[in-house]
Design a protein around this ligand. Structure first.
Ligand code: CU
Length: 163
């Protein structure tokens, strides 16, 4: 049984890498959780000169109820989960401590809604750059695990045609 589960997990990780071309760094303890969350359509918005705040977008699909509880990146020490919404005709951004994912329901982070906000950028984000993210999730049984993804900086127009 143990062996079967490990092989199944490995199969999912390989299928995921082949399908999306992401490079995952998988540790032994994380391997059995990698199949839980699929991350796709990820892109980072390029910054304008002098702009120290950026945004990243992606779609999560989890095979079971899970929660995104933290995000780290190599371009900043400060990443927040934000939601943007209209209130009294004004766009408002709200910081969220966590993002609950319901099993089987795609959760799309996109311009005008949910996004990952990158503060105090260490460098400008130019089209074609690669940004590394480490996402920390908590599973239904309270087990925490990390998933690493590499995301390209793309123009919004390019991102919308390929996503
Ligand atoms: Cu924001």
């Amino acid at each position: 049984m143990r062996k079967f589960l490990d092989q199944k997990a490995l199969h999912y990780v390989l299928a995921f890498m082949l399908t999306f071309g992401y490079v995952l760094s998988v540790t032994a303890t994380d391997a059995k959780n990698q199949e839980l969350i699929t991350i796709k359509d990820a892109w980072v918005r390029p910054t304008n000169p002098g702009q120290e705040v950026g945004a990243a977008y992606m779609t999560f699909l989890s095979t079971q109820d899970a929660t995104l509880i933290g995000v780290e990146s190599d371009v900043t020490k400060s990443v927040e989960i934000h939601n943007m919404s209209m209130g009294n005709g004004v766009m408002k951004m709200r910081m969220m401590e966590k993002l609950p994912l319901v099993a089987g329901k795609p959760y799309k982070l996109a311009p005008g809604g949910f996004h990952l906000m990158l503060f105090d950028l260490k460098k400008p984000l130019n089209i074609g750059d690669q940004v590394n993210f480490a996402l920390t999730f908590k599973s239904k049984n309270k087990h925490e695990f990390k998933q690493n993804i590499k995301v390209m900086v793309q123009s919004p127009a390019e991102a919308s045609t390929t996503k």
